[in-house]
Ligand binder design. Structure first.
Ligand code: FES
Ligand SMILES: [Fe+2]
Length: 464
């Protein structure tokens, strides 16, 4: 259980907070590239970790992310003219480039000399992987860009979009390494309806392929074989990061290892990454051969923008793209012209109680909405983590909280986090390896997982 102090530490990312300072040591996506479609395009309001900013793309294509307010007399830069490599405040004409330098101060005779003393707050940006990333920490601590290989692939190999969630980043992110929720939240009632018997006993179905039910199960429709017992704990969640997975501490990441005996006295370890410091996750359904990346960037402490990505070493086909856009497995339908889901907290996610009674576990359409509905209001937009009762299946949640608290406290005491100086860790990919012991197999998979894949998969993209 978290103390109220640690809860505050974990959930507050506003400027000056310990977690806010930790997050500001990393490159983070702050808008989609398409939101600044071309040189001198319309400036954009951006709010990140409680800071109000304006993003713009200058005449040469460079991206600026500056204070929302002009340093002269605080007028809104949103109304600025984006022209000739700079954003000009339209109140008295002061103009700033993407680095925050004042390049013109035309309303006073001392402007040509005084302007050199004037800067607008500005953060360095990089346009990578269809996202604009910003570094919002101290200039002298700016790290190398994390080695996410998907950021180096052509646009045709990615599908990325975003949507708003009306809650704190932590409770949203924790859904990605919460292995016991899917068999309830994302399931259907088919074990007791279409193929079930007339008396309500479960028949074979997607969640119950053998049509079996636990002995003495008093709640077959709602629980049935979803129940996790000591006997089935190892098979309750076969996907990576499940209940049976071994958690492996690794540099700036949380790895999950599934270890099995090979039959000839050796062990096989299947090792993947579940979370990288401080907020990069990999959970989610994707097409065969595709990979997921989830990034929840705090807008403030009570809302976030969820950048959700699918990528592949092969170009994503039109059919696959259409499925991602409309299939309901990964991205909710949005209100046109906004990043807000049509079904949301204000309309109870359009829950259908008839569907819930007979067909789906929740009555809420689409997987992402099911997650969002159970995440956005956990005692409210900032969960009362000190009131929780965690169990063994919450082991990854406990682990990540400890890592974040430790890193934030260390930084507050002057110890820099390791993550920003290890960009190579961010290219870690799933690998399977064999060893004489479980530990040996895991170590071999870890070493293989750090190998860059880009040169062998798409050598034409690697410039010597
Ligand atoms: S307030 Fe912006 S130029 Fe005066
Ligand atoms: Fe989920």
């Amino acid at each position: 259980m978290l103390s109220r102090e640690d809860n505050q530490l974990l959930t507050d990312t506003n400027p000056g907070s310990p977690m806010g300072e930790l997050f500001r040591r990393f490159w983070l996506p702050v808008i989609m590239s398409e939101e600044l479609p071309g040189p001198d395009s319309v400036p954009l309001r951006v709010r990140v970790m409680g800071e109000d900013l304006i993003a713009f793309r200058d005449t040469d294509g460079g991206v600026g992310l500056v204070d929302a307010y002009c340093p002269h007399r605080g007028a809104p830069m949103f109304f600025g003219r984006n022209e000739e490599n700079g954003l000009r405040c339209v109140y008295h004409g002061w103009k700033f480039d993407v680095n925050g330098e004042c390049v013109d101060l035309p309303n006073a005779p001392e402007g040509d000399t005084f302007r050199h003393k004037i800067h607008i707050k500005s953060y360095p940006c990089q346009d990578k992987g269809d996202l604009i990333w910003a570094y919002m920490g101290p200039a002298e601590k700016k790290p190398a860009f994390p080695d996410f290989e998907w950021t180096k692939l052509p646009r045709s190999h990615r599908y990325v979009t975003k949507f708003v969630e009306q809650c704190n980043y932590l409770q949203a992110m924790e859904g990605d390494y919460d292995p016991s929720h899917a068999r309830f939240l994302h399931s259907t009632m088919d074990q007791s309806t279409a193929t079930g018997s007339a008396n309500g006993a479960p028949g074979p179905g997607r969640n119950n392929p053998q049509g079996e039910m636990a002995a003495n199960e008093p709640y077959p429709r709602a629980v049935g074989t979803r129940r996790v017992t000591a006997a089935n704990a190892n098979t309750a969640q076969p996907r990576g990061g499940g209940l049976s997975a071994k958690l492996v501490d690794f540099e700036q990441a949380m790895l999950s290892a599934q270890v099995t005996e090979t039959g000839d006295g050796k062990y096989q370890a299947n090792v993947g990454v579940t979370w990288w410091m401080p907020l990069f996750c990999t959970a989610g359904i994707s097409m065969p051969g595709h990979f997921a990346s989830n990034m929840r960037i705090p807008v403030d402490n009570e809302s976030l923008l969820f950048y959700r990505l699918r990528w592949s070493w092969e170009p994503i086909t039109q059919e696959q793209l259409a499925e991602y856009k409309t299939g309901g497995y990964t991205h909710p339908e949005l209100i046109p012209g906004t990043w807000t889901p049509k079904a949301n907290l204000q309309n109870d996610y359009n829950i259908d109680r008839v569907a819930q009674k007979y067909f789906s576990y929740t009555g809420i359409k689409t997987f992402p909405l099911q997650d969002i509905a159970l995440i956005e209001a956990q005692w409210g937009p900032v969960s009362h983590h000190w009131e929780e009762h965690l169990v063994s299946s919450d082991y990854m949640i406990i682990y990540v909280r400890r890592r974040l608290i430790k890193a934030a406290k260390e930084l507050a005491n002057g110890i820099e986090p390791v993550g920003p100086s290890r960009p190579d860790v961010y290219r870690f990919h799933r690998e399977i390896a064999i060893g004489n012991t479980p530990e040996e197999a895991i170590e071999a998979a870890k070493t293989a997982g750090m190998r860059p894949l880009l040169p062998e998969r798409l050598p034409q993209l690697v410039v010597a």
